[in-house]
Design a protein around this ligand. Structure first.
Ligand code: NAI
Ligand code: MG
Length: 357
């Protein structure tokens, strides 16, 4: 009996549907080669277009509908005409929070053949895993907008750092560092954020006492940004807050092949709810509809889906295939200096997949 993985597909806006089509192709080819499992994809039309005709980004019982799936595969959401805070809060953040996907895993790894803007860097010098807090912090949505539009208006945006929230993400990161036998770096900002980040640093030390075997470092986020560019080899496993993680992983993407290559997994570690896999880039309205979006980030997140289901060998094979295509350098989208289409790149990666059994 074949195992069936039920995947909810939210292609979303802009280049979302274009890149996701290629990710699905790769997953289907893997299943075909393996033979012991298959994917069943169910498409949801949610996103900005849906909002413009229905007044909401997703159905009211959307989370209820998604619960039944083994994973969610997301393209991108956001498009001119719908304010970004609405598209983000009413779809993406609703799912991340509603399904307690409190771990955001973003690999920053310089694959073979990937373009790197840094000088004199070897592949093994950029190989990190950023673990971003994904449920609270600066994205808690706590605040107020008082006296709106008046000269004395006041805006408050409060970071929320609960002991439970901070402890569980830091513990997750220590576990990962121990499992991989790597160092763990915490990125915070205790000098300026005198409550939240002092607390973060304290919890990092406290939890660390249970992991004497894990080597640790702690950097202020501004210094970390500098080291990402100057000495990226300092970082192996990285743990950081929601906002800092968002920012430094775009920087990480830039040094490891560009936004078109960066993937992210939103994980609910207890597996009570489905986890969600996505490229970290947005809907790229400037190139949407042209068929030139780079699908490699979305294909990398397909590899994360395979890892998540315990098919790590296939996850690795997908990355190998991405590397082969980049090394050959003949079939690449314009952002990587090529002239090929989204579809051609997806096809090229699919064609490289091999049975390794
Ligand atoms: P973006 O990531 O969509 O685009 C930034 C730049 O990178 C653009 O020049 C774009 O053409 C390029 N780019 C991005 N992905 C690419 C790909 N796969 N291949 C080739 N080039 C690529 O970020 P931007 O422009 O700030 O945001 C556009 C919209 O996307 C906004 O509505 C924003 O809110 C939304 N957004 C959604 C995210 C999500 O769904 N997870 C994440 C980030 C932004
Ligand atoms: Mg981002």
């Amino acid at each position: 009996m074949k195992k069936t993985y039920k995947i909810a597909v939210i292609a979303g806006d802009g280049i979302g549907p274009e890149v996701l089509t290629e990710g699905i192709k790769v997953l289907n080819r893997v299943a075909e080669l393996d033979g012991s499992f298959e994917f069943e994809f169910t498409h949801f039309p949610w996103g900005c277009e849906y909002y413009l005709s229905n007044g909401k980004m997703m159905d009211d019982d959307g989370l209820e509908q998604l619960k039944a799936f083994d994973a969610i595969y997301l393209g991108a959401v956001g498009f001119p005409g719908v304010p970004d805070h609405i598209s983000l809060w009413d779809l993406l953040l609703k799912i991340r929070k509603g399904f307690d996907q409190y771990v955001n895993i973003r690999p920053i790894k310089l694959l073979e053949g990937a373009p790197c803007p840094l000088k004199d860097i070897s592949r093994d010098q950029i190989d990190m895993l950023v673990i971003r807090e994904n449920s609270e912090g600066e994205y808690a949505g706590a605040g107020d907008w008082l006296f709106k539009g008046q000269p004395h208006e006041v805006v408050l945006q409060t970071g929320v750092f609960s002991r439970n929230g901070v402890e569980r993400i830091i513990r997750y990161a220590y576990e990962e560092a121990r499992k991989q036998g790597k160092s763990l770096t915490s990125i915070s900002k205790g000098n300026a954020l005198n409550y939240s980040m002092v607390f973060w640093d304290q919890v990092f030390d406290e939890v660390g006492r249970e992991y004497p075997d894990v080597k640790t470092h702690s950097y202020l986020v501004d210094a970390a940004a500098m080291f990402f560019v100057k000495q990226p080899w300092r970082f192996e496993i990285v743990v950081t807050s929601n906002l800092f993680g968002d920012i430094i992983t775009d920087l990480g993407a830039a040094i490891a092949g560009g936004l078109g290559l960066a993937a992210g997994a939103n994980i609910n570690p207890t597996r009570e709810f489905p986890s969600m896999f996505e490229p970290i880039h947005g809907s790229a309205p400037d190139i949407a509809g042209k068929g030139i979006a780079n699908p490699l980030a979305t294909i990398w997140s397909a590899s994360q889906i395979l890892d998540f289901f315990g098919h790590d060998d296939w996850g690795k094979e997908v990355l190998n295939s991405i590397e082969k295509v980049m090394l050959e350098g003949e079939v690449l989208t314009p952002d990587m200096g090529g002239q090929s289409s989204t579809q051609e790149v997806g096809q090229a990666v699919t064609g490289k997949l091999n049975i390794f059994l």
